[in-house]
Design a protein around this ligand. Sequence first.
Ligand code: FAD
Length: 309
Amino acid sequence: MKIAIIGAGLAGLSTADVLTGAGHAVALFDKARGPGGRMSTRRIETAQGMAFFDHGAQYFSARDADFMAEVARWEAAGAAARWPVAGADAWVGTPGMNAIVKRLAADHDVRWNCRIESIGREGALWQLTHAQGVEAADAVIVAVPAEQVADLVAPHCGAWAGLAQATTSQPCWTVMAAFDARVDFSADSLRNCGAIGWAARNSAKPGRSGPESWVVQGSPAWSAQHLEDDGDAVIAHLLAELGSAIGCDLPGVLAVQAHRWRYALSGSAGHTALWDGSLRLGLCGDWLIGPRIESAWASGRALAGLVTA
Ligand code: FAD
């Protein structure tokens, strides 16, 4: 089959790996400029060189044997390393979290900057509409966050659209700050401190370079309460909270940005993956299982198993 996958995050790419291996012709479409999805890495130019921030997922754990084997392959390829700061079973992408998605995407036909606006049927074929035109496919896989699923699938499967709408995500305000000197704190991370859900010295993760850089995430409750706040107000508040959490003045700020993830940590729909063989339409993504990188990968693999069964 010619299979179109909407969303080239970890879920879409883990499906693509298996489907390509099974002989299908796979094309992925992603609205972003480059690889990462919610595992992306941001670069910010500073007076002390380029600073790097994992501004989505911070680390991941590997518990299932198949996923552990996959992570071992990423490690062997230099795209992942353990990060004991976050736990005995914690891993990160190297040199940035996006390295994993970047590596997987390199093996596939991915069209970046290509937002699929709608999907429709033309006889037995699917038609995917985007700003530059229309693509035809025998099968369509939707691998995007739950909140973005319903618009695409509602005309074809009301039950799946309803399931996605009922599976809501938690937001996360994220502040990325590069400093002109080391932040005087003995640890490289902290959790659950006032408005802060998690903060980490990004530049201390394995394989990182550049100036001292920190990622500070608002807790889900604080982020939801302040979702419509101005980015500058969020930066001021979360950096003040970081200063009081570590109990000292922060060094000079070289560069700082805020990012609002409206859909950061997914809910769980209580499925693994969904495939309708008569429509040739499938769904995968973390939201079917739960808000973890391992879930996104497992959902993609499970969907590929259903398609090839
Ligand atoms: P995504 O990575 O969201 O990929 C979906 C892709 O679809 C995106 O690239 C998007 O651009 C694209 N897309 C959407 N709509 C369209 C469209 N219409 N057309 C084309 N493309 C489209 N997980 C952990 O395990 N540990 C953590 O510590 C952790 N922390 C997190 C912190 C934050 C702030 C965030 C945001 C996430 C965190 N996660 C964490 C969750 C983890 O990042 C996700 O579970 C995982 O990356 C989801 O992968 P996915 O492929 O399902 O979705």
